[in-house]
Ligand binder design. Sequence first.
Ligand code: ZN
Length: 280
Amino acid sequence: MRDFSKVQSALALNTATLGHNLDGHGAGWSPEQIIDACAARGMGGVVFWRREIGARAFDIGERARAAGLQVAGLCRTPYLTGAEAGSDDEIKASIDMAAELGAGVLTIVTGGTDPDTKGVLDSQKRLAERLHGIAPYAAQRAVKLALEPLNPMFGGNRTCLMTVRDALNVCDWVGSENIGIAVDVYHVWWDTTLAETLASARGRIFGYHLCDWLENTSDMLLDRGMMGDGVADLKSIRASVEGAGYGGLCEVEVFSARDWWQRAPDDVLDTILERFASLC
Ligand code: ZN
């Protein structure tokens, strides 16, 4: 495993951690302020959300690279399945934005199960069909698509992928080199088959997301823990991810409306650095 005790360059900030992906939350820092604060702390990358980028994708991407940061990713495509699935044109527009931003990875939260189905398999197969149609468009623009399985409590309306195994199955069905997975601690910490499953994920892991699962979580979506404050075995999960060949950035993604989003962004970033060096 990589030693993060002195090196911060493997760390990336997902801007959701500062409350920027939802109206009424966070300190309102601009992308430029975030870039400068991450670069000043020696971080290696930043991950934005589409709503922050608007029509400024190229400029923000160039600004990040000039500051020495990778734009490690963009969150995320419209849903591909379920009652709120986006159109092909909307999904292609999100791919265009990732390409213009220079984000190597565009994350996919799939959307829920399709309205006329029961269980998850039919929706997963429809997901694979849609991805099969979209993958070449993304490949032409050098954008990798990362399927993020979500904790099963999000099954139904947000995802039809609830385990890493689910996501890898869909990758296999699609069979495109630019379709892989994102492993997020919040969504996989409970899965005792994770190490075994990830052992077959070589070359398919496009992202690793850090946070923690609070023992008494109060909100499924907006009460994530900072690393070290919860019950996830962070080092063991990273050992499995790196054992499958992942050597990319570790992206801190903490949705925390009542705690971390209430704090000054500089304090949040300093805490992330400390926790990353000692606990992750
Ligand atoms: Zn995530």
